[in-house]
Design a protein. Sequence first.
Length: 626
Amino acid sequence: MTDRRPGLIRRLFSAIARVYRGFRSVILNLLFISIVALIAVSIFSGEDKVQVPQTAALVLDLTGDLVEEKRWTDPIATAVNESLGGQEESPEVLVSDVVTVINKATKDNRIQALVLDLSMLGRGSLDKMQLIGAAIEGFKASGKKVLAYGGYYGQNQYYLASYADEISLSPMGAVILEGYGSYPMYYKNALEKLKINTHVFRVGTYKSAVEPFLRNDMSDAAKEANIAWLNELWADYKQQVAERRGFAVDNFDETYAALLEKLTAAEGDLSQYAVNAGLVDQIKTREAFRRDLIAIVGENDDHTYNHVTFADYADLVIPAQQFDNPLTDKVAIVVARGVIVDGSAKAGTIGGDTTAALLRQARHDDKVKAVVLRIDSPGGSAYASEVIGQEISLLREAGKPVIASMGAVAASGGYWIAAPANEIWAAPTTITGSIGIFGLLHTAEQAMPTLGLNVDGVGTTELAGLSAGLPLFKGLEPKAKDLFQLLIERGYTEFLSMVGENRNMTNAEVDSVAQGRVWTGRKAQELGLVDKLGTIDDAIKAAADKAGLSNYDVKVVQHQLTPAEQMIKDFLGEAKAQGWLPHSGISAEQKLLGKLTQQLKQDFVLLNQFNDPNGVYSYCVSCSVN
């Protein structure tokens, strides 16, 4: 009898393939039709998308994390995910966009008030929020009102709300200010259970980036260093908020006992507690807040106050493309945000080759006379950091001064790429330093027998199979460990020398403030690692002064989408704005689950990004603040 199963299997897989091709064809055709429809709407729609009433409030309803540069996302994948009811992953808001919108509204006679609706605001470092706060202060100085309303104010939301003339809280609302902390996840026990061996090669007493793989808790040295800069950040937060709100710094409750005492006095009412503590000015319902705004800016057809949202107003006042006047001299800005990796990378990650190419573009642009490198990075690949550093040196050799402007974090590799600049500027609350390097390798030689697997063979030398990942399966020889440690120590010496040459310090002087230790920008200036404290605007002025410029434009040299990517992004953005793609909400349970899994996901994504060709990294794991 003939066995017909192979034929049946072939027909089955052929049927599956036909269904897949048909499904893919349908999806692509629907996408094409949608794009054509959007083109037609954009061509034949004669009315403006956004109408600003003659008297209106600008609602600053920021959704997402505040960032220096938005990460790249696949516009098609994002649209398909949202059309299926998925949630946009960690939405982001450009700080520069927020500042521009507020500054434009300040000069717009139609905008009579600013409403801070911060319920969807995510993460934001103090330096970023201070830039937005300065724009809010300018708005207030023009004689216009700033009002904040919310049901819940977390730490970031409250910091921005403290710039308002009045803060109102919902009757069932709360203000929770918990301070700063750094709580990495530790994997030692989990790796042991999986029979995975961790091999670490490092230099620096405080280089704690590898501790999560070696320990089940934070070392005393890491705790000592971390609590120092965390206390500085918290002191800055309290001092600034207390000044704006007009109460003493000791008004912040930092113990359960103190919070319990005040809550007991308020009979357990969180909103009344906030009023009693002076954190908010009054308790108001949404309707009462709406009536207050109607009295200022008037009422619309929806029976609420005349207003325009942040996104709609941004569409009006922020040009889709940057205008580049070919006749003026330029100070170029190159943003380096994210983990530093070898090779090319999309926006939101610092690719050694990609960022070097942006700097090289500025070097070969005759109208660019100076460059500001805006850094927001905890580091990464040492090799990629050096590739970027060489381009900075070439800019200086070409007679174009480079100012490194540090944002929230410029540590480890983030400091490496700052060091070659003519000057380093930082915010007082910048997290920087962490000068040190490490190597990290996991091997599974003990797990292999458990899985019934083994690797064996022969090679012409002891080194054979090293680049192919043989140690992952066979383990690391003692002599190989000595070799890797020697290379790490050499890399640390080179890091010290590079910093010393650029900062006019000896290796011993650099080593005394290095060893992987983290500093705030204010302390780093005292130690000679930073030249001046200030904002990115201060850094731009410094770059212009060094280049001898009095009249100049600022040009952002950035990652460019391909024409196809830009077209799809624009069209799908229009579809979302028109409500043709569903906006999915997120439940409290989903938020909690997201928080529980976020750290785990970040750590494994980070490990996947570690692609230094020499396996040498300069990264600060403790520089993220919770």
